[in-house]
Design a protein. Structure first.
Length: 51
């Protein structure tokens, strides 16, 4: 049986917060990169059509 002390709870919640923040940052960076790529392809299409 697991007995949770206060330090265990603090450590686990800190670890969860840290990993969650890392995942959020990683997803943010990926989406920013994808958005830039999509924007560039749209701009290329636009320039090809209206250039």
């Amino acid at each position: 049986m697991l007995i949770w002390t206060l330090s265990d709870v603090i450590a686990v919640s800190f670890f969860a917060l840290a990993s969650g923040a890392l995942v959020v940052l990683w997803i943010f960076e990926l989406s920013r990169r994808a958005a830039r790529r999509i924007r560039n392809s749209f701009r290329n299409l636009w320039n090809r059509k209206h250039g």
